[in-house]
Design a protein around this ligand. Structure first.
Ligand code: PGA
Length: 252
């Protein structure tokens, strides 16, 4: 099966405007790949500017957002709606990142609402899942992630699910320098694909793009990406340097 390859760079709460502009323009000027989808996910205030740097012939380069509101519109001071993001050129929105779950207490119900707002606005979701270290040590990681997905994206219709990319990000590997070994990633990715196959259909199970995230670097990307069920990466720290990010994009 020739699934889409995708690498997304989540800048998180890093960069000021001039840094974001330099980072975004260096990457955008360098990206020539057209067999790999590349998604740049800057902080919200910089999205519009970064989106405008994209060239017309860069048909596989997309702009993403790190989060969006679970509400549609109205008196919700400080919130950013999915429709607003769509209106400034966003294609992908990250939902369920472990940092949002952990520091902002986002649980399954809110994450499902956010997912629906993104899909209603015509965009795609990068839906994150992943277990903490103690769950992995108890060897309960597969059941833990399956439950995260059952409570969220498995509630969607098959049509909706076609616009969801899943990102498996073991919490113990995020920003820690510890990466899941390629076999550990493959085991979980195969389990997620099989869950989606059983719940929706064989076709969707074959099509769904499943990214690995957690300390992806130029030195480990190739071994991760060559696993049969790993379709690319969601990259944090290493996406803040244009050279390392571009090298990861070229690691398939
Ligand atoms: P990291 O972050 O690459 O810095 O570990 C990954 C992520 O949180 O998406």
């Amino acid at each position: 099966m020739n699934r889409k390859k995708l690498v997304a760079g989540n800048w998180k709460m890093n960069t000021l405007f001039k840094d974001a502009l330099a980072l975004g323009s260096t990457i955008i000027d360098d990206v020539r790949e057209n067999d790999v989808e590349v998604v740049l996910i800057p902080p919200a205030p910089f999205i519009r500017t970064i989106a405008q740097l994209k060239k017309h012939n860069q048909s596989t380069l997309y702009i993403g957002a790190q989060d969006c509101s679970d509400r549609e519109v109205g008196a919700y001071t400080g919130e950013i709606s999915a429709a607003m993001l769509e209106s400034v050129g966003v294609t992908y929105v990250v939902v369920g990142h472990s940092e949002r779950r952990q520091y902002f207490n986002e649980g399954s119900a809110v994450l499902l609402e956010k997912t629906k707002r993104v899909l209603e606005s015509g965009m795609k979701v990068i839906f994150c899942c992943g277990e903490p270290l103690e769950i992995r040590e108890r060897n309960e990681h597969v059941a833990y992630v399956q439950k995260q997905l059952q409570e969220t994206i498995l509630q969607l219709s098959e049509e909706e699910m076609k616009r969801v990319v899943v990102a498996y990000e073991p919490i113990w590997a995020i920003g820690t320098g510890k990466t899941a070994g390629p076999e550990q990633a493959q085991e979980m990715h195969a389990a997620i694909r099989s869950l989606i196959t059983r719940h929706f259909s064989t076709d969707l199970g074959q099509e769904v793009v499943i990214l690995y995230g957690g300390s992806v670097k130029p030195g480990n990307a190739h071994d991760l990406f060559k696993q049969p069920d790993v379709d690319g990466g969601l990259v944090g720290g290493a996406s803040l340097n244009p050279d390392t990010f571009i090298s990861i994009i070229r690691s398939f």
